[in-house]
Design a protein around this ligand. Structure first.
Ligand code: PEP
Ligand code: MG
Length: 291
């Protein structure tokens, strides 16, 4: 737990945690996570009739920041819809919810809810190393819009007299194949990229991520997935943008080694996977991972 995620030839990588509720951040710290690479904020919206207030959201974000001071905390804007059902929004019945009104698409439809969400994140930024990322982005215009909304939220919070961090990095999740294909364009508009392999695999291989019967088809080792990840890493290198992986692939020791060999240097995973993945990195050289 106390040892760094360092390969035998001395390369140190970041191992961070995915959390869904603030209490998990405490466990993450105890397992030695170097920050939160994915806070799934949509859980704040679950099982309730109205969206959480800005203050309520701020309290939850601060709890995560307090659990892990001086470390990067990546707040993902709500990924509602698809496999993540919530009662807060009256969602239309869709034949293919995974391809429907989900995440940033819902934000575009309910900008006032999104803006309140962003204001809570902006207010939290005064208390730690807050970074914000947007899920399910499929076109550059959605990211450009999210940035405009973030700027608006920052202006509103400042106008209200509350402190705000000097800079709040805005990143994009690469989890729709179109975003992976156009990673170089996204890299110009995002300050970091985080590959969501759960959805990237689902959408690239056309395998419903919730299907048990098709789970064997959803392989992170599929060459199509490997090639897309290579592409995103190359775009990150070209534009000097950090690339992390926060899907379940990052928490699978063998797949994590593949990612390491492909050039990924930041990993975020469920807390329980952290010790084993860190130990795995310590057993190999970068050259072995590349091979
Ligand atoms: C992913 O899609 O890989 C991801 C990390 O996001 P989620 O599992 O919350 O959709
Ligand atoms: Mg996802």
């Amino acid at each position: 737990r106390a040892l760094a995620a360092q390969t035998q030839d001395g390369l140190t990588v970041a191992v961070r945690a995915n959390v869904e509720i603030p209490e998990e951040a405490v466990e993450a710290r105890e397992e030695g996570a170097e920050g939160i690479g994915l806070y799934r904020t949509e859980y704040l919206y679950i099982d309730r009739l109205h969206p959480p207030t800005e203050d309520e959201q701020l309290t939850a974000f601060r709890a995560v920041l307090d659990a892990m001071p001086h470390r990067p905390i990546v707040l993902r804007t709500f990924d509602i819809g698809g496999d993540k059902f919530v009662s807060t929004f009256k969602m239309p019945v869709e034949l293919n919810p995974m391809l429907g009104l989900r995440a940033v698409r819902l934000a575009l439809l309910r900008p006032e809810v999104f803006l309140e969400h962003l204001r809570a994140m902006v207010r939290a930024s005064a208390f730690g190393d807050v970074r914000i990322m947007v899920p399910m982005v499929s076109s550059v215009s959605e990211l450009v819009w999210a940035r405009q909304m973030l700027e608006k939220a920052i202006a509103q919070v400042k106008a209200g007299g509350a402190p705000v961090a000097e800079h709040i990095p805005l990143g994009v999740m690469i989890e729709v194949p179109s975003a992976a294909v156009l990673a170089d364009h996204f890299a110009r508009h995002a300050e970091f990229m985080s590959i969501g392999t759960n959805d990237l695999i689902q959408y690239t291989l056309a395998v419903d991520r919730s299907s048990r019967r098709l789970a064997h088809l959803a392989s992170p080792f599929d060459p199509a997935i490997v090639r897309l990840i290579e592409r995103v890493v190359a775009a990150g290198e070209r534009y000097d943008r950090p690339v992390s992986v926060c899907g379940a692939m990052a928490g699978d020791p063998l797949a994590a080694l593949l990612l390491l060999g492909l050039g990924v240097r930041e990993f975020s995973m469920e807390v329980s996977a952290i010790p084993q993945v860190r130990e795995t990195f310590r057993r190999v050289t970068l050259e072995e991972a590349r091979r």
